[in-house]
Design a protein around this ligand. Structure first.
Ligand SMILES: C[S@@+](CC[C@H](N)C(=O)[O-])C[C@H]1O[C@@H](n2cnc3c(N)ncnc32)[C@H](O)[C@@H]1O
Ligand SMILES: [Zn+2]
Length: 356
């Protein structure tokens, strides 16, 4: 995804670019940028490759020798490189930040080192805090409450996006999420830095509530925060578990994903794996525009059904009933919809009655 995104930027660029693989490891990602992503301004493109471990340098040095662009290799601490670049006004068009653990402290300097409209590709391997399994850790690293939720990967991505948005807003800048995905261990986001905060974007920060007992879900923007209505439990029995503040806006930018898919069609089969293409299509089909997501297994369990309702049929039935709905592109076997749980369960029941 990093290579596709860099290639997307490069083939549309009107000037030379500066890219930074900030925690490059063996340098494979930057090497692939140099081999596969350079467009018309290849000669003027600067590839900065950095890893805190100096033992990586000799191998990277050998590997980059034949690239058709200039390279700058270093073994600096990421924070040192970013702050030096900011002081020297050396802005990057693309920063890939592939950290171990949570990248929190590096988010703000990375945003400051980006050119306006520059791209940040951010990874976090901290799954415990944002999924509600380390609530104290979430307060520390995200400044947010995180509660266990069946759409755990999505909640982790939304927590991460919320943190990045708040860091950008502190700088008076905006962010536009481009794509967000996970396989359950690493949580990856791509976003574009905006010179200004898009109008109304502050509404995209909010709270997600879920009643563990009845399964009801509710979302509120911080800007319009009011009391929580009753869930669907008998009076006094329900209890909301509330996560946030987190990003409640879209997770994917459909237009960009469409372009990435179109770009990928031009590649030779050995350059793009079927898994990546499937991921792109899955994300494109689900913009992630509302954060209320239910696993189909949970719906089946609540209805005492033998097996989960088929997702495709369920999505079509929800559309027919006038709701927004899509199969989650983030986590398999989950449905995203703005229907409330009783209506959702009713539609599942009607599918069962139809014998589907
Ligand atoms: C997840 S790995 C990067 C993997 C690489 N992007 C790839 O695709 O193969 C994280 C890397 O960050 C480096 N690292 C950890 N802390 C760092 C820091 N503060 N500054 C710079 N590099 C750091 C480690 O040496 C490690 O190679
Ligand atoms: Zn309830």
């Amino acid at each position: 995804m990093s290579v596709l995104l860099a290639r997307h930027q490069s083939i549309r660029a009107t000037q030379s670019l500066r890219w930074l693989d900030l925690m490059s490891g063996c340098g494979i990602r930057a090497l692939r940028w140099g081999l596969e992503a350079l467009g018309t301004h290849a000669a003027g493109t600067e590839l900065w490759i950095n890893d805190g471990d100096p033992d990586r340098l000799p191998l990277i040095q050998v590997n980059v020798q034949k690239l058709g662009c200039s390279t700058q290799l270093s073994a600096d601490a990421a924070e040192v490189l970013l702050h030096r670049s900011i002081l020297q006004c050396q802005w990057f068009d693309f920063i890939d930040l592939d950290a171990f653990g949570a990248p929190g402290p590096l988010i703000q300097p990375a945003l400051q080192a980006l050119r306006f409209d520059g791209l940040l590709f951010l990874a976090s391997t901290d799954g415990r805090s944002p999924t509600g399994h380390d609530r104290v850790g979430a307060i520390r690293s995200l400044g947010a409450a995180a509660r266990v939720h069946p759409a755990s990967w999505e909640m982790a991505l939304r927590q991460q996006l919320g943190l990045v948005a708040r860091q950008a807003w502190l700088l008076g800048r905006g962010v536009q999420p481009l794509f967000s995905f996970s396989e359950g261990r690493t949580f990856r986001l791509a976003l574009r830095l905006r010179r200004q905060i898009p109008a109304g974007d502050e509404q995209q920060l909010g709270l997600v509530a879920r009643c563990e007992r009845c399964g009801a879900q509710r979302v509120q923007s911080l800007l319009k925060l009011s009391g929580w209505p009753a869930c669907h439990c008998e009076e006094g029995h329900g209890k909301w578990s509330i996560s946030g503040p987190l990003w409640i806006g879209p997770l994917q930018e459909e237009a960009l994903l469409r372009q990435l898919i179109a770009d990928a069609q031009d590649l030779a089969p050995q350059q793009i794996s079927p898994i990546t293409l499937r991921l792109l299509r899955r994300l494109q089909a689900d913009p992630g525009d509302c954060p209320t997501v239910w696993p189909s297994d949970e719906l089946a369990r609540r209805l005492g059904m033998g097996g989960p309702p088929p997702l495709g049929r369920l999505v079509r039935a929800l559309h027919a009933a006038g709701y927004r709905a899509s199969a989650s592109g983030v986590m398999p076997g989950q449905v995203r919809t703005d229907a409330e749980l009783p209506e959702l369960l009713q539609i599942c029941t009607s599918l069962r009655v139809e014998g589907i």
